[in-house]
Design a protein around this ligand. Sequence first.
Ligand SMILES: [Fe+2]
Length: 238
Amino acid sequence: MAFKFDKDKMKYLTNPDDYKSNWEWTKSNSNYHFDKNTVDGEGETFRVCGTFHGDWKEELKQVIKDSKPVTWATRGKKGERKDKFIEQEEYDLTSAGASADLEVSNFNRNCEKYTKINEIAEYFKLENFQKRIHVQTTGQVWNLHIDKLYQFNPEDPSKVVRITIMLNDWEPGQFYMYGNRMYERWKAGEIHIFDWPNTPHSTANTSYVPRVSLQLTGTRTEDTDAILNERDHYYSVE
Ligand SMILES: [Fe+2]
């Protein structure tokens, strides 16, 4: 399961109060190389772990319809985030000349309403996990960042995993980057994980098709590991 950069660092190494920029603070906590001339190899920063087969197109239409735009400040559930982080995240945007209200994606937080998609979410036997559907529409950009997921299991953050399942096919004009390697050409149902404590990543949609992905974040169990290790396994959702 190990990624190239995850080593054994599973805690914050520096104090966020010493930083104005969230990007700089999260960088100071990462083992990633941050060298654009070092090309990241396959499987070093993210890994494709299998594919779901099935037809959830009808549910997807409703998922898209029911999704709402979010910014960095509004992406969390109320009270979930420390204001300090949002201040730093907005500082990064405005210092670069962008708006603090940049729309990063649309969210649909009601995964349980969609039977087939929820079946996919439950498949991984995660514990204490968050289900969130991202619908990135034309023009939305999730600027470069490193995730802060330690709070999903403060006692043992090494157990935290973020699993992404693409719910529709890749389209030209959809960009998804981990480290300096592009993730692309996926088909609906493809599953991937990434080295969340270390790997900078970003997404953008310049196509005319909403990019829909299911994001699961929580504590992995032995069952989760077994499922994720079966790279070429196919799962069926009827
Ligand atoms: Fe992220």
